[in-house]
Design a binder for this molecule. Structure first.
Ligand code: CO
Ligand code: CO
Length: 354
């Protein structure tokens, strides 16, 4: 929060309006659940004075030095108007949480006619992108849970199970070890694996399939995200060849990571190799994405991102090749930038044939 206030003053923002989100959690540790349509709002000015406006039902749950809890008979926007006046937020540049509901924002805009509103992420992404040691230890833990769940799920019989069932088992295993999943697990078998974001369905896993398992855990707010592609029964020769290409591309991208290079250079390391091998047109997404309190955040490892990689940045490296009517392969690890890259996920990357 102190760093954040420093940024506010440096860039001439008067204050910020923050609804429940990863930003609120990052700045305050508050993570109220199911606030939905009820206004729950932290108002902060650049001097660091703040007031929390929250529904009365959170009174026993959240603690904030200055807070106003409103009940159903009250209009929270009347409270907000008084708070804005008391914190001297009536003009100038104000930051607003990016994911705030439009229904809140429309009401708030009326109270801030003389202000210009800007997305909060403009400041918080700069802070959140650079993880400190405490954050990295939580990410490491989330990654270790992902590794563990991978070994557990492949120790079970997968032939004859539906994709949805396997996805549920993965989710169950994650929930036993972590706060929850960082996203709904993806299980894509056979031809379905040609779709990178396949929604697990009822297709049963059968011998000869390549199966993409893509999942992650959330541990004290921090996310992991791993993908492994496994072969079930006697593997298809074409997919076996593709597997080796993806594995080498992923390794090359990983080896390219060092502080001071641009994000796009990591993408290039994977993409060039896949193109060289003749599969360029089948690598249909960016090489990776930043990872932290959100499963997709800066820095994006894309063909165009000029962002310079710094120590403490964390992201995925996940090249893939997807061939319609045949299937696909993706291998994904979570990586932190030190002097060079260091993997947080470490589950086996050699092709596993079950
Ligand atoms: Co993933
Ligand atoms: Co990912």
């Amino acid at each position: 929060m102190e760093k954040f206030l420093g940024f506010l003053r440096e860039y001439d923002y008067e204050g910020a309006l923050i609804t429940p989100s990863s930003n609120l959690y990052y700045l305050t540790g508050m993570a109220p659940q199911a606030t939905e349509e009820r206004l729950f709002l932290l108002v902060v000015n650049k001097e660091g004075e703040s007031v929390l406006i929250a529904p009365k039902l959170y009174e026993n749950e959240v603690e904030w030095e200055n807070s106003v809890f409103w009940n159903d008979e009250e209009n929270p926007y009347e409270i907000l108007e008084r708070v804005l006046t008391s914190l001297n937020l009536k003009s100038g540049k104000i930051l607003v949480e990016d994911t705030m509901r439009a229904s809140f924002l429309i009401q708030i805009e009326r109270l801030l006619e003389d202000c210009t509103l800007h997305p909060l992420s403009g400041i918080t992404r700069e802070l959140r992108m650079r993880k400190d040691e405490k954050e990295l230890s939580l990410m490491k833990k989330a990654a270790e849970i992902a590794d563990k769940v991978f070994y557990e799920i492949i120790s079970r019989e997968l032939i004859g199970k539906g994709e949805k069932q396997v996805a549920l088992e993965i989710e169950f295993l994650i929930r036993e070890l972590a706060d929850g999943v960082s996203f709904s697990p993806i299980v894509a078998s056979g031809k379905n694996a040609a779709n990178p974001h396949h929604m697990p369905g009822n297709r049963e896993i059968r011998p000869g399939d390549f199966v993409i398992l893509d999942f992650g855990a959330r541990y004290k707010g921090y996310c992991s995200d791993i993908t492994r592609t496994i072969a079930v029964g006697h593997p298809n020769e074409k997919l076996k060849e593709i597997y080796e290409v993806v594995k080498e591309a992923q390794e090359r991208a990983f080896q390219s990571v060092r502080e001071g290079i641009k994000a796009k250079e990591v993408d290039k390391a994977a993409r060039e190799y896949i193109s060289e091998k003749g599969y360029g047109e089948y690598f249909i997404h960016r090489t990776g994405h930043g990872l932290g309190l959100e499963v997709h955040e800066e820095p994006y490892i894309s063909q165009t991102n000029e962002r310079i990689l710094e120590r403490g940045m964390t992201f995925t490296i996940e090249p893939g090749i997807y061939i319609p009517n045949i299937g696909g392969v993706r291998i994904e690890d979570d990586v932190v930038v030190k002097k060079k890259g260091k993997r947080l996920t470490n589950a086996e990357r050699e092709l596993i044939i079950l």
